[in-house]
Design a protein around this ligand. Structure first.
Ligand SMILES: [Zn+2]
Length: 264
């Protein structure tokens, strides 16, 4: 059995009543989660990279983003600092999977120049034509990113598979079924999650929180309008509900978690 660990790399806070109808007013903190999987054979797969601790050279788009979702990140929360503090050499990470390209997921990309990046076709599309509406700030990515080792998962890389009676489209990243990249469309173009050892689903931003999956149907028009595809976002939240019902632990990127170890 492998090992799956969770780290918090910065956070933001948001008024839940502004996002969902019928939700009691109150600010909630949303930690930016990063997940490290140690496979039995020594390969190490990181899922997302959290916020950047370095200054954002992202112009007015960055200023707009930071006003809407102000990031809160201390130097110790940098992904490389988090791994090092836990005895993990960042250079030992072999793969970096990006759920999508929003700032709270790509801020630490610059810490992994040696890794193979796992991207979907939708991510590539977004990088070719970044727009304000996509919420992607290319200035957060290091200059070498375009030349980095990468695996791009095109449509045909995903196979239909049934997990506990739930239909999914998945790509077997390590070739042994331990780490499936799962198509979870809607939030951003090409948004993906990861099903680890058939037990834990890293759901990225497919929902605001594991306790907020059902609330997706009550999302107000503005937060819904900034989803890449609102219809598919809603369909994905139904998939998450079914997987959770089948006993799979659904972990969203911004869930506060009580323990670091997710498989132990
Ligand atoms: Zn996002």
């Amino acid at each position: 059995m492998g090992r799956l660990r969770h780290y918090v790399c910065g956070s933001t806070s948001h008024e839940l009543g502004a996002v969902f109808r019928g939700m009691a007013a109150g600010r909630r903190e949303f930690p930016a989660g990063v997940f490290l999987y140690d496979a039995d054979d020594g390969r190490r797969v990181l899922f997302d990279t959290g916020y950047a601790t370095a200054p954002w050279h992202t112009g007015w788009r960055g200023r707009v983003y930071r006003r809407l979702l102000p990031p809160n990140v201390a130097a110790v929360e940098d992904v490389a600092a988090r791994l090092t503090a836990d005895g993990v050499d960042p250079a030992s990470v072999t793969h970096v999977v990006l759920s999508h390209l929003h700032p709270d997921h790509v801020g630490g990309v610059r810490r992994f120049p040696e890794a193979t990046f796992v991207l979907s076709e939708g991510h590539e599309r977004t990088l070719r034509a970044p727009r304000v509406r996509t919420g992607v700030l290319p200035g957060l990515l290091p200059e070498w990113f375009a030349r980095a080792e990468r695996v791009v998962l095109h449509d045909d890389a995903f196979q239909s598979t049934t997990v506990d009676g739930v239909e999914l489209r998945a790509h077997d990243l390590l070739g042994d079924g331990s780490y499936l990249i799962v198509d979870l469309p809607g939030h951003a173009d090409g948004h993906v999650g990861a099903l680890v050892e058939s037990r834990v689903l890293l759901a990225g931003d497919a929902a605001w929180g594991h306790d907020l999956i059902d609330a997706s149907s009550r999302m107000r028009w503005l937060p819904l309008a900034i989803q890449h595809d609102a219809g598919r976002y809603m369909a994905t939240s139904t998939v998450l509900t079914h997987l959770a019902g089948a006993g799979i632990r659904v972990v969203c990127s911004h869930d506060p978690l009580a323990s670091t170890e997710l498989l132990g």
